[in-house]
Design a protein around this ligand. Structure first.
Ligand code: 13P
Length: 212
């Protein structure tokens, strides 16, 4: 199976001009999914697109997006449980579990993020966070929090232990994320990861093109 690249742009870039430039420069590839801020979805017509988050339902929920909206926009993928959502927006496993169910109901392809913080026991955290797993989830992304945006990527052999643990429990695709770039991403594929979830390096056209 060809590896997947999920590009998580987070709250970047800061202008529509720059977003246009990025979309234009990224070649279409069916193994690549771009997850831009939702205000830029309309610019990514030729690319496969994903949302970085989603709420539970359509209605009086100021500032939110619903699974129904994503479906009707043909945004097929959705990242849920990202550590930045957990940390800065106080999302709990309980809420994430509800979001997973709501998105699966609309047949969205859910990418569930899990991973430990520095000093935490990896397998204990994974076990707890995988309580959000549901049959039908598209992929689980192992993203050790300490490796995100730090340049301090996880040792691939150590990541393999997390991969095996997740695979055994979920029997689904498993991605690695955390300071992935064009020089280290192959090491994760070699360990058996089905792809990568890329933050910072996915905003750098040269880097992203090299990986594609
Ligand atoms: P970085 O690649 O910038 O470390 O971010 C990883 C990430 O959080 C992807 O979801």
């Amino acid at each position: 199976m060809k590896p997947l690249i999920i590009a998580n742009w987070k709250a970047n870039p800061g202008s529509v001009k720059e977003a246009k430039r990025l979309f234009k420069a990224i070649p279409y590839n069916r193994q690549v999914v771009i997850c831009p801020p939702s205000c830029y979805f309309y610019l990514g017509k030729k690319h496969k697109l994903g949302s970085q988050n989603c709420f539970l339902e359509t209605g009086a929920f100021t500032g939110e997006l619903s699974p129904e909206m994503l479906k009707s926009l043909r945004i097929d993928y959705v990242i849920l449980g990202h550590s930045e959502r957990r940390e800065y927006f106080k999302e709990t496993d309980e809420l994430i579990r509800e979001k997973v169910k709501a998105c699966l109901k609309e047949k969205l392809k859910v990418i569930l993020c899990v991973g430990e913080k520095k000093g935490q026991n990896t397998l204990t955290i994974l076990k707890r966070q995988l309580s959000c797993f549901e049959k039908g989830i598209f992929a689980v992304a192992y993203e050790p929090v300490w490796a995100i945006g730090t340049g301090n990527f996880c040792n691939p052999e150590k990541a393999k232990k997390a991969l095996d643990f997740i695979k055994k429990r979920t029997k689904t695709k498993v991605l690695y994320g955390g300071s992935v770039n064009s020089s280290n991403f192959k090491q994760y594929l070699k360990q058996g990861f089905d792809g990568v979830l890329v933050g910072g390096a996915s905003l750098n056209i040269k880097e992203l093109k090299k990986m594609i």
